[in-house]
Design a protein around this ligand. Structure first.
Ligand SMILES: [Ca+2]
Length: 458
């Protein structure tokens, strides 16, 4: 089916890299709907119960615990709004509820913005902040206004995993919590919030938007792929959409650096690599300015072999050993899976280790993998998601021994479905924002199979 009406934009740190032929339409004039008697109307939401039949996924309904009219704050520009907190009751009594917050401005522009989560979730996303990525420069910060300040009804949740779950990721031993983390909380949160919005204003939002970065970007793409009928616009910042694939590739990078004797690069080695990369690549974009904007030219021009020590047995301040060169090549090459993951994904990466990127998530300064961000994110996924064993271990983990579970999780968890017809079919617009050197996620959507299809259909 043709994807008429969808517009996919990809923004990179070096600017707009691809766009469709149809630009975003000028924003419709925002017409405010103003609540009269906001204080009593807000207070009346306390105790509101939303029946399970209002939800597109199984729940035991939702309950509103508190609703407080919050005065306008001229300093921040935040308007008067009704701050509502509640929970979507889990089906399984042992599963955590989805705790959510909805913010209802007294003068409403008749639109809503749903905020995504981050990391392992478990922190209540209030929806009161500016959108991710909006404050990268002083100018952007000055212009950036949280959506609530502009009259949007906003909301977020804790993702339906226990607040402050300890150890991180252990919630995945519960099937309902894992399904929420894999994306179902997006729908449960949305249905609860829209129920509250409808009760407060008498109508549902005329336009519904979703915005999130990293894990929230994963959720943004879940929104487009699974629940596209609900959303008019979605912004996915540096989305960690290939979650399962990503974790397996991080583990492979950790193994290369820490499980092969001599594979680790200490801080001086990392700086040696970066200096050499910048020396070769900075100028390739026409400006020696400390920014490598022409990544493709850098890939073609920089040769890591130039750092190999002449005597293979040595490693000095000015060169790297054969094992270290192999470590860097592992990161700078796509990680190829032994079997296809969901939607035919067969590889992920490369990571920008030879593009001057920050590698601190992968290589810690002291040679201890336990303190790397890759390990702190991958280890719980391996033990709680894949091995499903609280006493399990990620040491010497081999994903090939868990083929069935890895595939099952990939279908549950990875947001790589190329089919966004439902979203596109009613004119939904998707913006992907990706930098050239994020440390955690694949940088090139056009090379991802699903991303390629989104672009090819836009
Ligand atoms: Ca440059």
């Amino acid at each position: 089916m043709a994807a008429a009406g969808v517009t996919v934009l990809a923004l990179s740190s070096s600017g707009l890299v691809q766009t469709s032929s149809s630009a975003f339409a000028a924003p419709a004039r925002e017409q405010a709907r103003t609540i009269t008697g906001a204080a009593s109307k807000c207070a009346s939401l306390v105790g509101l119960h939303l029946d399970a039949h209002r939800f597109g996924l199984p729940t035991q309904g939702a309950d509103i615990d508190s609703a407080t009219l919050t005065a306008a704050d001229p300093t921040s520009g935040r308007p008067e709004f009704c701050l509502v907190r509640g929970k979507v009751n889990s089906v399984d009594a042992k599963a955590p509820d989805v705790n959510f917050e909805v913010n209802l401005p007294t003068s409403w522009n008749q639109k809503s913005v749903q905020f995504g989560g981050g990391g392992f979730n478990g922190v209540l996303v209030t929806g009161l902040d500016a959108v991710p990525g909006s404050g990268n420069t002083p100018t952007a910060q000055a212009r950036s206004q949280p959506p609530i300040n502009r009259g949007y009804a906003t909301f977020g949740s804790d993702g339906g995993v226990a607040v402050g779950a300890d150890p991180a990721g252990s919630f995945a031993l519960n099937k309902e919590a894992l399904a929420n983390y894999a994306g179902e909380s997006v729908k449960r949160t949305r249905d609860a919030a829209v129920g509250v919005i409808k009760r407060y204003y008498g109508v549902q939002p005329g336009k519904q938007y979703y915005v999130g970065g990293s894990k929230g970007g994963h959720e943004a793409l879940v929104a487009a792929q699974r629940y596209g009928g609900d959303y008019d616009g979605i912004i996915a910042y540096y989305p960690a959409n290939q979650n399962q694939a990503m974790v397996l590739s991080w583990y492979a990078l950790l193994q290369a650096a820490y499980s092969h004797p001599g594979g680790y690069l200490d801080l001086a080695d990392q700086q040696l690599v970066n200096k050499a990369v910048y020396s070769t690549c900075d100028k390739l974009d026409g400006a020696v300015d400390g920014v490598i904007s022409n990544v493709q030219a850098c890939d073609r021009t920089f040769d890591v072999e130039s750092l190999r020590c002449p005597d293979a047995a040595t490693h000095s301040e000015t060169c790297l050993s054969p094992t270290q060169i192999e470590t860097l090549k592992t990161a700078a090459s796509p990680f190829k899976f032994a079997f296809p993951l969901a939607h035919g994904v067969t590889q992920i990466g490369p990571y920008p280790a030879l593009r001057g990127a920050d590698v601190s998530a992968w290589l810690d300064p002291n040679g201890d993998r336990r303190y790397t961000a890759y390990n702190s994110l991958a280890d719980p996924v391996i033990r709680y998601f894949i091995e499903q064993d609280p006493n399990g271990s990620s040491v010497n983990f081999d994903y090939r021994q868990y083929e069935k579970r890895v595939k099952q999780l990939s279908w549950l968890y990875d947001a790589t479905d190329p089919d966004i017809d439902r979203f596109a079919g009613h004119g939904g617009k998707l913006i992907l924002v990706q930098g050239a050197s994020p440390r955690d996620v694949d940088t090139d959507f056009r090379r991802q199979r699903s991303g390629y299809r989104w672009f090819s259909r836009s």
